[in-house]
Design a protein around this ligand. Structure first.
Ligand SMILES: Cc1cc2nc3c(=O)[nH]c(=O)nc-3n(C[C@H](O)[C@H](O)[C@H](O)COP(=O)(O)OP(=O)(O)OC[C@H]3O[C@@H](n4cnc5c(N)ncnc54)[C@H](O)[C@@H]3O)c2cc1C
Length: 460
């Protein structure tokens, strides 16, 4: 097996069991007496694809020498991956919900539910529980995978103010949970044949590059199959790379999505690139009438009335990363050393997943991969494993599957390798591949892929 392949397996976690089995706690000899091994404390914050994976692999690879405490807002996590299938009834939110406490018990790590904040000066993580009590956790390292937060338009904040996620007039439904159920209820209530669904896509980078176009396809399929007609208007803030072809604004799988928008859904989808959302409005609450006002590429302004307004606001790192002062003024994501994911502001706080800044997409599969690179770097820094050799550079992999209808799906995959010269994870061009066309076989593979990713991440 060549070195690249070996590295890919290690960092993809496929070699994890063998690696873990080879680790025993090292004992320090003091004279004739064996001293207890040094136990390092790592607090992992975030129960999603990055956080759950890194907690697991720190324990597997660190064994008794690493005490892992896993903190997340709640003891369950709902996966955004496959959540567009909740909209057409093929998945339930319950089927995408994973129990973090159960996983922690299985792995021999401590789980704490609550809202975390990092006090870097005191080297403490402060966890506030729902009942107002606090838990204080000291640490040698923190790994942060808090996902995303949003820069939301004032008019959207005003329309949604004081309303619970399940009833919001204008949901984003981009973090799985009640907003996804809300979006489904709004789609279910759309009138037959004449309903209008508006989807606003923010400028990249955002979570899951193909995800918004996937959502447009799933909704168009529902309108075509169930409602016997209607419209999906996509306002995409991204600009075409070729001004002569508007579909070059699509951020992933341009061939697949432009073919769907002009072919199977040609009578339903209107795709408008270079459309900056200026303002939203609503009358009549969750199931009432909504409006979106956008500025188009030619400078004109268009106002679109609709039954359902699904706005994905501009993304930024989860609030805890800003509060811990890990993000320079004017930036939205955490700069990191891309070999270890150590923050450039604090080497003892590592940041993975959607919240960090690199060329890797903001996606769950690659967050799982980054988590293994990060866990490996930390156990090596602790001296539990020897340092990486010059040839052992981090390699990660990303994969996104997209339902295109209720029976077909497409996929996209790409790998990244650490480049010591630019000090960045760079795309391995030869690894870039995507489905030739949506198919039923891809749909089956999508479910199998997701089950594998869920099993590895959440120990189910
Ligand atoms: C519709 C859709 C489809 C998608 N499809 C794919 C796909 O096919 N492939 C793919 O790879 N990705 C896909 N994604 C993207 C994927 O879901 C995200 O990229 C992934 O969830 C990011 O993982 P994360 O760990 O960075 O953040 P999250 O998964 O968002 O996890 C963040 C966690 O941190 C917790 N948290 C935040 N702040 C605090 C705090 N202060 N204290 C305690 N806990 C905190 C949250 O509660 C949460 O548990 C999709 C996303 C969507 C919306």
């Amino acid at each position: 097996m060549d070195i690249k392949r070996r590295n890919l397996l290690r960092f993809a976690g496929l070699g994890a069991a063998a690696t873990a089995a080879g680790i025993a706690p090292t004992l320090t000899r003091v004279g004739a007496v064996e001293a207890a091994p040094v136990v390092r404390k790592v607090v992992v914050i975030g129960g999603g694809f990055g956080g759950s994976t890194v907690a697991k692999y720190l324990k597997l690879w660190g064994q008794a020498q690493v005490e892992v405490t896993h903190v997340s807002l709640a003891s369950t996590y709902v996966s955004p991956i496959l959540s567009n299938l909740v909209l057409n009834g093929q998945k339930s939110l319950a089927s995408l919900t994973f129990n973090l406490q159960t996983a922690a018990t299985k792995l021999g790590i401590r789980f704490v539910a609550g809202s975390a904040a990092i006090d870097r000066g005191a080297r403490l993580v402060r966890v506030t529980h729902d009942n107002g009590t606090e838990t204080l956790l000291d640490y040698d390292k923190v790994v942060l995978s808090p996902g995303i937060a949003f820069n939301t338009l004032p008019s959207m904040l005003a329309a949604n103010r004081g309303i619970a996620g399940g009833k919001l007039p204008i949901p984003h439904a981009w973090q799985a949970g009640p907003q996804v159920g809300n979006l489904k209820a709004q789609i279910d209530r759309m009138p037959s044949s004449s309903g209008v669904f508006v989807l606003c896509i923010p400028k990249a980078p955002y979570r899951c590059p193909p995800g918004p176009y996937e959502r447009a396809c799933v909704v168009a399929d529902i309108l075509k199959r169930v409602k016997r007609g209607g419209r999906v208007v996509i306002f995409d803030a991204n600009a075409p790379t070729n001004p002569a072809d508007k579909y070059t604004a699509i951020q992933a799988e341009q061939h697949t999505f432009s073919t769907a928008f002009t072919g199977a859904y040609g009578s339903i989808v209107e795709y408008v690139p270079n459309a900056t959302l200026l303002e939203v409005g609503t009358t009549g609450g969750q199931f009432g009438t909504k409006t979106a006002r956008v500025r188009l590429g030619d400078g004109s302004v268009r106002t679109q009335t609709c039954n359902v307004l699904n706005v994905l606001p501009e993304h930024k790192a989860g609030a805890i990363a800003f509060a811990a002062d890990l993000i320079p003024v004017g930036q939205r994501f955490v700069p990191v050393d891309q070999q270890s994911y150590a923050s450039l502001a604090d080497p003892d706080i590592h940041v993975i997943g959607d919240a960090h800044d690199s060329k890797q997409p903001k996606a769950g599969h690659v967050a799982n991969s980054e988590a293994k690179v990060c866990a490996d770097a930390i156990v090596r820094e602790f001296g539990i494993l020897p340092p990486r050799t010059a040839e052992e550079v981090p390699v990660t992999n990303s994969a996104c599957y997209s339902p295109i209808s209720s029976t077909t799906a497409s996929w996209l995959t790409v790998g990244f390798r650490y480049d010591p010269v630019s000090r960045q994870m760079v795309r391995i061009d030869a690894s870039l591949a995507e489905a030739e066309q949506p198919s039923g076989d891809n749909y089956k593979m999508m479910l199998a892929w997701a089950n594998n990713l869920f099993a590895d991440t959440f120990s189910v």
